[in-house]
Design a protein around this ligand. Structure first.
Ligand SMILES: NC(=O)c1ccc[n+]([C@@H]2O[C@H](COP(=O)([O-])OP(=O)(O)OC[C@H]3O[C@@H](n4cnc5c(N)ncnc54)[C@H](O)[C@@H]3O)[C@@H](O)[C@H]2O)c1
Length: 378
């Protein structure tokens, strides 16, 4: 079944940084409308509205059709009554901003990590269930066609019994001496590399294997412990480098590295799944290919061809084979599934329960790193 655009919705966005623009464009690709945007400052909301809107110049100056800008989230929601709020603010505001929508009965698409504590993530799950709204979290690695294919092949038993999982989430985002909000516990929580980067990879492991991580053992490093904020040195406590060992519920061992200080690596999300009969390897910066190592020593590249993939992967593949798709397309798939579900269709998407699961894993990994002991997760 091919994906078609869901019935159009009226969306609003809070947070005006890089990811808000990806959300805005994808909402518009889906035929839905961004009706309002909210920033801390009206000027940043105006800029986002201008980026996403149709601009025209009349005698009164330049204006942006259709998109209203705000610096007060409650007022934006009350005045524009959107069908869905996209929460694109920094991590520590996700809970407060999502709850503003939920208490008004408005559906939510929230950026990852869902919350900076398990307590807040649980509060969000409880509130969204009580309000009966759709509540999604942007664990977008699931929405690439080739990770859906990876999940399908693992589930079909193609690799035989699973033997090991390996991978990385590497980034150069913090490979400099500047301070950023990601290192402020009041804005980002107490974890950087695990909560900001690792959550994508941890979610992918549980999604593609269909199994849960039951034990973690981690070591943290802060490779750049001093950063410069407004010309002054600031001590940073959050980890920027993580070494992780884990076990799935069936005992399958796994290992991973998460790093925000990896020079020359803008986005190294990679996963390898080994079974008795072969292995599969996917990386986010080559998202249209899945490498299949086979026990007869052959290596096959499975390419993103909508006609040849499993039904779920084929559904997520939009362009014909050979016409590459990437991050923006995965976002369109995720938002499209949420919007279709809001419109009454049967669709799966990463939920607030999945966000809570990851908050639980992040806290367990932090606990393991601080005690230098393995931690079991229920
Ligand atoms: N799913 C993904 O792949 C993905 C990718 C990138 C970022 N993200 C997430 O998106 C969120 C935003 O990240 P970004 O890269 O856009 O960050 P950014 O630094 O580019 O932008 C953050 C924005 O939030 C604004 N802001 C700060 N406090 C605010 C408040 N109280 N109310 C409203 N706005 C406020 C800032 O002014 C800034 O415009 C983060 O939680 C991040 O983890 C997710």
């Amino acid at each position: 079944m091919k994906n078609t655009n869901p019935a159009p919705l009226r969306a609003a966005i809070v947070g005006t940084g890089g990811i808000s623009r990806i959300h805005g464009r994808r909402i518009q690709d889906l035929g839905s409308q961004v009706v309002a945007v909210c920033g801390r400052r009206l000027s940043s909301a105006d800029e986002l509205a201008a980026d996403l809107g149709i601009q025209a110049t009349n005698e009164a100056g330049t204006w942006t059709a259709g998109i209203r800008s705000y610096d007060d989230l409650g007022r934006m929601l009350d005045e524009t009554r959107p069908d869905v709020l996209h929460v694109c603010s920094p991590h520590g505001f996700h809970a407060e901003h999502a709850l503003e929508a939920i208490k008004r009965g408005i559906n939510v698409v929230c950026e990852k990590p869902l919350a900076t504590t398990v307590v807040d993530a649980q509060r969000l799950v409880d509130a969204s269930m009580a309000a009966g709204v759709h509540a999604a979290v942007c664990l977008v690695q699931r929405s690439y066609p080739m990770t859906a294919e990876l999940r399908s092949l693992v589930g079909s038993g193609k690799l035989g019994r699973l033997q090991a999982i390996r991978g990385t989430f590497l980034s150069w985002d913090a490979n400099h001496d500047n301070w950023g909000w990601g290192f402020d516990p009041a804005i980002a929580g107490t974890s950087y590399a695990t909560a900001d980067l690792g959550v994508h990879w941890l979610d992918l492991v549980e999604h593609v294997t269909g199994s849960r991580i039951r034990e973690v053992e981690a070591r943290f490093s802060t490779i750049r412990p001093v950063r410069i904020k407004d010309g002054a040195e600031v001590a940073v406590e959050s980890e920027d480098y993580v070494r992780l060992f884990f076990e799935l519920a069936d005992g399958t061992p796994g290992s991973a590295v998460f790093s925000g200080v990896c020079a020359g690596e803008p986005n190294g999300c990679a996963i390898e799944v080994d079974g008795m009969d072969g292995g599969l390897h996917w990386r986010a910066d080559q998202p249209n290919a899945l490498k299949h190592r086979r026990s007869d020593a052959s290596l096959v590249t499975i390419t993103r061809d909508p006609e040849r993939l499993s039904p779920e992967a084929g559904r997520l593949a939009f362009n014909p084979a050979g016409h590459a798709e990437g991050f923006g397309d995965a976002f369109r798939n995720l938002i499209g599934d949420v919007y279709a579900a809001i419109g009454g269709e049967e669709r799966n998407y990463p939920t607030f329960e999945d966000g809570l699961r990851l908050a639980t894993l992040v806290e367990a990994i932090q606990q393991s790193a601080s005690t230098r002991k393995a931690v079991t997760i229920d």
